[in-house]
Design a protein around this ligand. Structure first.
Ligand SMILES: Nc1ncnc2c1ncn2[C@@H]1O[C@H](COP(=O)(O)OP(=O)(O)O)[C@@H](O)[C@H]1O
Ligand SMILES: Cc1ncc(COP(=O)(O)O)c(C=O)c1O
Ligand SMILES: [Mg+2]
Length: 286
């Protein structure tokens, strides 16, 4: 069994951060060590929430505790997502270095969750800079959405061709795999939901249906990054991991859409996360 140290948000109500990613990763047979960067009542796109940002010292403390019971070498990957404060970024990088010291084969998937003013996703000041200046260089896998791809590459990314260029830039900055979680308005087709995967062998594109939500669910990026990492650790090829991720997430979106609920319906979708009903295929484009 593989073990992931998953450092991201916890929401008591609903599904975002660790609440979105942990259960699907467990379904895929991975042991998840959830370490929370914040404990909030609900995700930030409700516009209000209660709870607290976890003090940055907790990250090192928890990792030290796991090391003191001689379990850190069991860790196969660190996953980071929604980060609560700028200072937590350096602590997360340090945590990954400690894991690497015990298990040199461990990998780091950085889901570079940044604020998104249009959507109402609120992330603390300085986190974005920490992701760009500290975390990206350490990451084996990085999973930006369009806004994050622009910030990480420093390119404007106004169309599909520029997205490809930006992904190539990220491959020169540390990460060996880049998964663009959502191409959004630079996709090929405005009425599809599109993603890219790039590694040293090439670039693949996948397209799946876009559902008309009255209010789009949050936590989809977290779900995408978690499923992709679980697949990679389970030994799938990058392309199989990419296709399973797209299909499983699509099925969760379809079930969520049918439910008429705002929160992701990951529990109702448990069976299709394991064995998706959709079979969209990745196409090699470069
Ligand atoms: N199949 C789909 N149909 C419609 N909307 C979707 C679908 N899949 C995901 N979404 C929405 O697309 C948005 C993706 O957000 P974005 O910030 O671009 O990336 P991410 O959530 O991956 O960080 C979310 O609001 C999510 O609810
Ligand atoms: C607490 C929290 N965690 C995680 C996220 C990231 O969500 P997504 O996967 O939609 O990018 C958000 C976005 O608003 C959030 O508020
Ligand atoms: Mg996101």
């Amino acid at each position: 069994m593989k073990h992931i140290l998953s450092i991201q948000s916890h929401v008591v109500y609903g599904y975002a951060g660790n609440k979105s990613a942990t259960f699907p990763m467990q379904l895929l047979g991975v042991d998840v060590w959830a370490l929370n960067t914040v404990q909030f009542s609900n995700h930030t796109q409700y516009g209000k929430w209660t709870g607290m940002v976890i003090p940055k010292e907790q990250i090192g403390e928890i990792v030290r505790g796991i090391d003191e019971i001689n379990a850190l070498a069991e860790c196969d990957a660190v996953l980071s997502g929604y980060i609560g404060s700028a200072e937590q970024v350096a602590e997360i990088v340090k945590a990954f270095e400690q894991v690497k010291a015990r298990n040199p084969k461990a990998v780091y998937l950085c889901d570079p969750v940044m604020g998104h003013p249009d959507k109402g996703c609120i992330v603390a000041d300085g986190v974005k800079e920490g992701l760009i200046n500290l975390a990206m260089a350490k990451a084996d896998i990085i999973t930006p959405n369009l806004v994050e791809l622009r910030e990480l590459s420093g390119l404007a990314v106004e169309n599909f061709e520029q997205a490809i260029e930006a992904v190539k830039v990220l491959l020169t900055k540390g990460p060996k795999k880049v998964l663009v979680k959502h191409l959004s308005r630079v996709g090929k087709n405005a009425d599809q939901f599109e993603m890219l995967l790039a590694n040293e062998d090439g670039i693949w594109h996948i397209s799946r249906p876009l559902h008309a939500f009255p209010k789009e669910p949050v936590g989809v990026g977290d779900l995408t990054a978690g499923i992709f990492l679980a697949n990679v650790l389970n030994g799938k090829s990058d392309i199989d991991a990419f296709e399973h991720t797209a299909n499983a997430v699509n099925d969760v979106m379809e079930i969520t859409h049918q439910s008429g609920r705002y929160e992701l319906q990951t529990i109702a979708a448990r069976e299709v996360i394991l064995v998706p009903k959709s079979h969209y295929q990745a196409v090699k484009i470069a």
